[in-house]
Design a protein. Sequence first.
Length: 298
Amino acid sequence: MPAATAPVTPPDAAPATERPLTAEEIAAFHRDGYVIVKQFLSREEIEPLRQACLADPTIGGKLRAVADSDGNPQEVIGWTEPGPTWLGRVPFIARMIENSAALLGAPVYHWHSKLSMKAPNTKGRWDWHQDYPYWYNEGALWPDMLTVTVAVDPVDENNGCMKLVRRSHLLGRVDHKAVGESVAFDPERLELVLQQCETVPMVMEPGDACFFHGNTLHASGPNPSNRPRTLLHCSYNTIVNSPFINEGQEHHLYKPFETLADAAIRDGYSAVLDGHGWNPPKAAGHKNTYGYKVITRP
C-alpha cells in the first residue's frame, strides 16, 4: 500500500461543517448500513445542479450508458478531480469530508463521484449490488468506504428511486458475477438475503442525502414516469486504505487535497456543468473497469 500522508488542509485548520451528523445518525448508519439525512443540502444549494440537469439532460452528449442485466441502458457519468465548477467543489466540502470521516472513524478522501440519471419513460435499472466488491478488485483492501447519495430531483418508487437492504452491510463482501448482460450480486444468495432482510425505498426530496456503507446491498428500478430521476453519488475511502494496486488506479490513489467550506457550493464557482472535468469514458462495445458493458445511448 502506498504511504498515505496528511491532507493539504490539516484537520485542525480545515473549515468545520455547518451540518455535522448527530450521534443518533451515526448510530443508525452503523446499525442499518445507511442513514437518511433530510435537507443535507438545502434546496437553494442543490437547485443549480437540478436546473442544469433539466436544461442539459445528456450533459452535452457526454452521458454514457451501461447495460443492466436485461441489456437496457442505465445512464451515468463520473469524475474524480477537484475543480472550480459546482460539481468539482461539492465532493470536497467539509459537509461531505467531515461527516464521512465521522462515520468511517478515520480521515477520508474523495474516491470518485457520479451523476446517475434516469430519463422519463426509460427501462434501465441498476441490478442488486454492493459497491465494495468492485472497489476491492481495484486494490482497496478494507471495506472502510461509503457513498453519500444526494437527491437532485424528487425521487420515489414511481421514478426509479434507489432501494437498500437494511443491515446487509453485515454480510461482508459477497461475490458478484455475470447476471444476464451485467455484473451483480450472487443471485442464489440474493434470494435468501431478500427473504431475511427488509428492503427500504430511498424516497427523498432534492437535497436529502443517504449515507450508505460500501457493503450495503442496493438497487434501483426503471423510470416509467414522466419525471426525470437524477442522483448525485459522492464516494469516499479512508486515507490509509488507498489502493495497493497502482497500475490503472491512478485516479483512485490518495492525493493531498483541500477541504472546502460548505459555502463553496453557494457562491464563487465557475459554472455547474460547463467546463467540468469528467473521467474519460469507455467506448461503446467495451466493458468498464467494473465489468459493465458500455452501450450506445438510445
